[in-house]
Design a binder for this molecule. Sequence first.
Ligand SMILES: [Zn+2]
Length: 66
Amino acid sequence: MVAAVSDYLPHQNPCAQCGCPIPNPIWFEDGPRRTSYLWHCVHCGYKFEAVAFFGQTNDEQRANAA
Ligand SMILES: [Zn+2]
């Protein structure tokens, strides 16, 4: 379901080079404690990666509670 996925992704990240807001990342990869997003600015053509770091994963929280 595309709508659910797009709600999950960050939006309007400013370009690291020109500051132009980018509506959506062109690619992302989920890791156990982080998600990497690849942004491509159509205004200046700059591509950059942003990484969101998280604390414990849900699985680790369940393991610690057991
Ligand atoms: Zn840009």
